[in-house]
Write a protein that binds this ligand. Structure first.
Ligand SMILES: [Zn+2]
Length: 473
């Protein structure tokens, strides 16, 4: 096949451009036969880059930015051949090895459609949402590089993005929403498809069906950004404070590279970290605060319940007395219940014990009404779906459901709220699962503990402060 001669049986370069532009890929990720690939390479439509840069004793993986010597490994040496190094840090996305370059598209860039009135959402923003939305629109129009939206849990931040996204799409820009969790990609996909019915939207996460990543709107887990280069004019980074974005340096590295030369980045958070707060206070990061939930009610303030016997009971996987006492006197017995526990093991153990106990007390009728879920659970997606459909009434969970997921009417408890996995941000996020619906805007939040921690006190203080800033006293 001769690519220069664009006869009608050879795919026009536009198709390749759409497939590959804005990406940084391993040869194995470029699904072209060797002949075609070599032609594109000789025409400089693909440009190779050294995948692992070496300077004396320092190494840097050019896909994930890893420079830790301990995160590089060598392949067993075959006789007479050079020792080959590969990056262990990003290996789950395919092996980056120093003998094989990465490639990016240097042919004609894609011309994305300029959509006229692309937003098909017919809802109404609240005044607080509109204010944030206006700032995002301005940022997009003025090519402002960065804007942070600090919006309380339940502020309706997805809808706030719509006007800014519409502005970007009508200017023929490409958008990516990057979020730390695959659950959130799955939850956002149908909402965005509905809000932008005529614009292609793709969701990317480990194991997603759609893998092409060629749409004008991409929703992706942050790890997927490792495959992009100068791709997005509008990059929206959700939950900027969350693990793993917060903990893994390769993700900011990849996010930075994924931005088009002229770009706008919007950061979203309900619980900014110290570093982001410092930047806001020092006016180093343009930001806007949205202190009110979209339904206009305050955030539920957690109650702390002290129980000396709590740890002992949990160690023996016994149902804590304090929990049973609270359950019997719960104000809204019909609400669904989320029970957060610190470890996977406890989630599984508590499930069996709670089932026996709850059944005896008449709190549930069948096994199906109670479930436990955690990150290693193969049925995780189905269980979350069943809870959403109210087939499951009580869900025991680890922190995987602490953020990004919305259930309309739940009470929330944490068993062992003093455990180190529950830092201030996690506690505020967990409390933020309650009272999300305008039909049931309250919801109880209870921290069961055997000694207050700073994180617990700070979480409650920060929720009170946000309510105060939202005009509630
Ligand atoms: Zn790497």
């Amino acid at each position: 096949m001769d690519i220069k001669n664009t006869s009608h049986d050879s795919p026009p370069l536009e198709i390749y451009a759409r497939q590959f532009s804005g990406k940084l890929l391993l040869r194995t990720e470029i699904l072209l036969d060797e002949n075609t690939f070599q032609q594109l390479l000789s025409l400089h439509l693909f440009t190779p880059v050294q995948s692992i840069k070496r300077k004396k004793f320092t190494y840097q993986c050019q896909r994930c930015g890893n420079q830790k010597r301990s995160l590089f490994a060598t392949l067993p040496r075959t006789s007479g051949k050079k020792i080959l190094h590969y990056c262990r840090n990003c290996i789950e996305m395919g092996r980056v090895i120093d003998s094989e370059p990465l490639y990016y598209w240097t042919g004609k860039p894609v011309k994305w459609l300029e959509h006229e009135a692309p937003c098909t959402w017919d809802g109404q923003l609240t005044a607080a949402q509109q204010r944030a939305a206006d700032h995002i629109v301005n940022a997009v129009n003025n090519h402002q590089q960065e804007l942070l939206i600090w919006a309380v849990c339940g502020a309706g931040k997805t809808e706030m993005l719509f006007p800014g996204m519409a502005t970007a799409l009508s200017a023929g820009k490409r958008i990516c929403i990057a979020t730390p969790r695959a659950d959130v990609v799955r939850e956002l996909m149908p909402r965005l498809q509905k809000a932008f019915q005529h614009v292609p939207v793709q969701g990317l996460y480990g194991g997603s069906k759609d893998r092409a990543g060629t749409a004008q709107i991409i929703i992706a887990t942050t790890h997927q950004l490792l495959r992009y280069r100068e791709a997005f004019d509008l990059l929206i980074i959700d939950e900027i404070d969350a693990f793993p974005f917060h903990a893994d340096a390769s993700l900011p590295f990849a996010a930075n590279r994924a931005k088009a030369p002229q770009h706008t980045t919007i950061y979203l958070t309900a619980t900014p970290r110290q570093e982001q707060r410092r930047q806001m206070v020092g006016n180093k990061l343009p930001h806007i605060f949205v202190p009110i939930r979209f339904h206009g009610h305050p955030l539920p303030v957690p109650t702390m319940k002290m129980s000396f016997s709590l740890k002992k009971e949990l160690q023996k996987s016994e149902v804590p007395l304090a929990l049973m006492k609270w359950l019997k006197n719960r104000k809204h017995q019909t609400r669904q219940l989320l029970i957060f526990v610190p470890t996977i093991q406890l989630a599984d153990n508590m499930r069996d014990q709670l089932f026996v106990r709850f059944r005896k007390e008449g709190l549930i009728k069948s096994t199906n009404e109670l479930a436990a879920v955690h990150a290693q659970d193969p049925d995780r997606t189905e269980k979350v779906q069943a809870f959403r459909k109210k087939d499951i009434l009580i869900m025991i969970t680890t922190t995987i459901l602490e953020r990004g997921v919305t259930f309309p009417s739940v009470d929330v408890v944490i068993l062992d709220a003093g455990h180190e996995v529950f830092d201030e941000a996690a506690l505020v996020q967990i409390a933020g699962r309650a009272g999300r619906s305008p039909d049931d805007p309250t919801g109880e939040v209870v921290f069961f503990h055997d000694g207050r921690t700073d994180a617990m006190v700070e979480a409650v203080d920060s929720i009170r402060l946000m309510n105060k800033r939202g005009g509630f006293h």
